[in-house]
Design a protein around this ligand. Structure first.
Ligand code: FES
Ligand SMILES: [Fe+2]
Length: 353
């Protein structure tokens, strides 16, 4: 890192001021951004199956109907609180394991066996339903009433049919917002990954909940490695991120003629920690049946390369941001974008902003 690219003392103070003010949501364990969060890999929920899931402190039941629709409701029966994940799927509905009350996909009670079908109690017996989607091989849950956007996607692949594969599941000792910082931390490409590139990002909001950060530099001209791969690309190295809800990030990387796409789908766990999945994505293409498994295998190696060297750091980090540099500007922009998003409180998912 060239010292000249570091900021002046005045700029440093300004950046520190921006990040040390009270964050409405960034890196907080008692709040999270309203949005889409990964729930479960699609293949782990077969028709007729139910599973419990605690998501940002709220207990839910997920089930797949006989017609393969995924339904997500609050996880405990409004009668005596039995866990609905222990119940049975009856067509498109779920029945409580204890007294067999039956709930439809909207969480409405439609039968109380002891009272028949038209008892007035039924009208008041309702579970909260949560919007769901299946996308890139994952079940997603929206933590509000009505989704503002589709589930997180790679901007370059918007609207395209894709093949996706789950790579690996992981847990980390820091908050997802902190883990997201890794991919836009310009310093660390040299210091951790040994890449001979001076990476600088341009931030642009895709929408209220998604921030794109694109590399704008060619760089590395003195490096033998860069000279070797230079014929593969004319412009800057493609390295683009899109950060959704501060928890799910897509990475697009590669030479001009071929881009690899990786998604890091994260969610916060109690105490400001992280659990997540690495997803590998590529567009469906002619002869993709033969080619795409190979492309996804290479994408897996690219994803593993970026994770190497970082894992230990993010297990031990106690994040604070007391001395930001000019080169940390993307991180500040990310935190600011995140702090403008709607925050919900942990556990009851009520709005706090
Ligand atoms: S506890 Fe669910 S029906 Fe009684
Ligand atoms: Fe890294």
């Amino acid at each position: 890192m060239n010292i000249e690219s570091l900021t002046t003392a005045h700029d440093t103070d300004q950046l520190a001021g921006q990040t040390q003010e009270k964050n409405p949501v960034f890196n907080r364990s008692d709040r999270f951004v309203e949005g889409w969060y990964w729930a479960l890999p699609c293949h782990r929920l077969k028709p007729g199956q139910a599973q419990s899931l605690t998501l940002m402190g709220r207990e839910l039941v997920l089930y797949r109907t006989r017609t393969r629709q995924v339904v997500v409701l609050d996880g405990h029966c409004p009668h005596m609180g039995a866990a609905l994940a222990q119940g049975t799927i009856d067509g498109e509905t779920i029945r409580c394991p204890l007294h067999r009350w039956q709930f439809d996909q909207n969480g409405q009670c439609i039968e109380i066996p002891a009272c028949g079908q038209h008892h007035t109690i039924m009208a008041n017996a309702k579970l909260c339903p949560w919007p769901t989607a299946e996308h890139y091989g994952m079940i997603w849950v929206w933590t509000g009433k009505t989704p503002k956007y589709p589930p997180p996607y790679v901007p370059e692949l918007e609207g395209m049919d894709c093949d996706a594969a789950l790579s690996y599941r992981f847990e980390r000792n820091c908050h997802p917002n902190v883990l997201m910082i890794n991919a836009i931390d310009a310093h660390h490409f040299n210091s951790v990954h040994n890449l001979p590139l001076a990476v600088r990002f341009k931030a642009k909001a895709l929408n209220d909940n998604a921030l794109c950060l694109d590399n704008t530099t060619r760089g590395g001209e003195a490096s033998k490695f860069v000279k070797l791969i230079r014929p593969l690309y004319q412009n800057e190295v493609t390295y683009k991120m899109c950060y959704w809800y501060g928890s799910t990030g897509t990475v697009t990387v590669g030479p001009d003629f071929f881009h690899f796409h990786i998604m890091f789908a994260l969610r916060p766990t109690p105490g400001g920690k992280t659990e997540g999945w690495t997803l590998l994505i590529t567009p469906k293409r002619f002869a993709g049946r033969f080619m795409n498994p190979v492309v996804l295998w290479i994408t897996r190696q690219v994803a593993a390369y970026f994770a190497t060297g970082d894992i230990q750091v993010f297990q031990g980090i106690r994040f604070h941001f007391k001395t930001p540099l000019k080169a940390d500007r993307s991180i500040v922009q990310f935190a600011q974008h995140l702090n403008r998003q709607k925050a919900l409180s942990w556990g009851d998912w009520r709005s706090v902003t």
